[in-house]
Design a protein around this ligand. Structure first.
Ligand code: FAD
Length: 465
């Protein structure tokens, strides 16, 4: 419980405009893009690293939980204050501090929105590949804390591959700097990548140094249309097996094609069992050969048609359909859970087939969406959470999907993190010694357990879900 005295000290740190306490505000900061909800007691919106340091010191002395929050688009409940306490919103720290074109690096504050960063780089002829489908809303701090991925990560790698250094406020308020500004750096343990993907449980990220690339000269976007879902998933592993590395290799099944069409009217084929959205990039002269190799592989796997987009509008329409699909399914059923199990690409056809069977067994519509090229499958389970029996079936289906992924040498999550919602499954993926090590790192960095308790390991994980 946060006392009136403590609230007044917090207000001294961030000013009246940086402290929220009304019931409406608490409701606003009590959820993310998952089902659970739990309200904080106060929301702090600091502007400086010093304010965060002072606030964490005070919270630590009083044993109050602190939950860092970016845009709240997380898909594993990471920014939900499951144990109450303070939500620390980073959205006022939104400066692009430096873009160093000569050294291909940039420094950003955590509240910078991914798409705004990309937009600032483009006119300078610079490129930052990680492109979560939520890029118009999600923050760079949230991306680093979750090690976010996205369609382009098949060729270019995910967020973790672009973080060179971090400024982090530790649970006791100390400020540390990890890594640096160079691509190569083997100075001691790799502390930077300890914090990348740490989901706000080990420290608050207050500045990020990123590696940039020159943009590819040209790209081609293709839509491959299949009459059988299995043909589409076999095509994915065939393309990867052929040694071609497209920029993106995204998959949607018929259910999601229908939802996307209803929402966007982008011109997707409603009668297809599945589509692949394939993009290749590089030097203009090399693109023709990449396109024809992809077409040949698709043909061998029984594709109905491969369309190559010829205008910027066609490309935009296809991507609009892909990027909005998670919201578009709300028209179909009131609740959805999006998982992101990831298997080796050669196992994708088997995993897709199992998801289809699981949908039938538990009598639930499950859309198949995938960053398919890297085996990252997003089964979209559609249901009504107000119906207890249906909710119970959804939870059983989810557990079977996780078990199938682990059995196929896959993971519980490829990019959305463990957070609150997958915490109970972690012991299935890590053995007891690995769980102990994970808990040991948490205890070392946050001995009082105030930073985002109940996420990944430790704390009040059994708090309301
Ligand atoms: C429609 C939709 C599409 C999506 N597509 C993708 C996708 O393609 N790829 C993908 O990887 N994810 C995707 N996501 C999930 C989500 O957008 C990402 O996980 C994103 O990185 C979260 O950023 P955020 O700013 O919203 O963070 P939040 O949701 O606010 O927080 C996420 C986690 O990061 C921690 N955190 C936030 N900021 C900091 C900080 N400065 N310091 C320490 N910890 C911090 C929080 O405590 C929490 O644990 C999607 C989500 C939606 C709703």
């Amino acid at each position: 419980m946060i006392s009136a005295t403590l609230l007044s000290h917090l207000e001294d740190i961030v000013g009246p405009e940086g402290l929220l306490t009304t019931p409406e505000d608490m409701m606003t900061y009590g959820y993310d893009a998952t089902l659970p909800e739990h309200q904080p007691e106060a929301v702090l919106i600091p502007c400086t690293t010093q304010q965060i340091s002072d606030a964490l010191r005070l919270a630590g002395e009083n044993g109050i939980p602190v939950v860092p929050r970016g845009a709240g688009t997380g898909l594993s409940g990471g920014s939900i204050p499951a144990a109450g306490g303070i939500v620390l919103s980073l959205t006022r720290m939104r400066d692009i501090v430096e873009i160093d074109a000569q050294n291909l690096t940039a420094r950003v504050q955590p509240g910078v929105v991914n798409a705004d960063f990309q937009a600032a780089l483009a006119p300078l002829g610079l490129f930052y590949p990680p492109d979560p489908a939520s890029m118009k809303a999600c923050t760079m701090g949230g991306n680093v804390a979750m090690s976010a991925g996205g369609p382009r990560c098949l060729k270019y790698g995910g967020t973790k591959d672009y973080v060179l250094g971090l400024e982090v406020v530790l649970a006791d308020g100390e400020v540390i700097h990890t890594g640096g500004r160079t691509v190569k750096n083997t100075t001691g343990y790799d502390l930077t990548h300890l914090f990348v993907g740490s989901e706000g449980t080990l420290g608050v990220i207050t500045e990020i140094t990123l590696r940039l690339l020159p943009p590819p000269e040209a790209k081609r976007t293709m839509l491959a249309i299949f009459d059988e879902l299995d043909d589409a998933s076999r095509t994915v592993s065939a393309i990867v097996g052929e040694g071609i590395l497209p920029t993106t290799l995204e998959m949607m099944d018929n259910l999601l094609i229908q939802c996307a069409e209803d929402f966007t009217g982008a011109g997707l084929p409603r009668d297809a069992a599945a589509i692949l959205l394939i993009e290749v990039d590089g030097f203009e002269e090399a693109l023709g050969r990449q396109v024809s190799t992809v077409e040949q592989v698709c043909a061998k796997q029984g594709v109905r048609e491969v369309r190559v987009a010829t205008t910027a509008q066609e490309v935009d329409d296809l991507w609009l359909a892909r990027r909005t699909i998670i919201g578009a399914v709300a028209r179909y059923r009131p609740s959805m859970v999006l998982q992101d199990v990831t298997v080796p690409p050669s196992q994708l056809p088997e995993m897709v087939a199992r998801v289809v069977d699981i949908g039938k067994e538990y009598d639930l519509p499950i859309g198949v969406l995938a960053h398919a090229g890297d085996g990252n499958l997003h089964p979209l389970i559609l249901f009504d959470q107000r119906d207890e029996e249906e909710l119970a079936r959804e939870q059983k289906a989810e557990a079977v999907i996780f078990a199938a992924s682990l059995e196929l040498n896959g993971t519980l999550t490829g990019e959305h993190g463990i957070g609150l919602t997958k915490r109970k499954y972690l012991p299935q993926a890590l053995n007891p010694r690995e769980m102990d090590l994970t808990q040991g790192l948490k205890t070392l960095l946050d001995p009082r357990g105030i930073l985002n308790p109940g996420k990944i390991v430790g704390g009040n994980g059994d708090q309301p879900a």
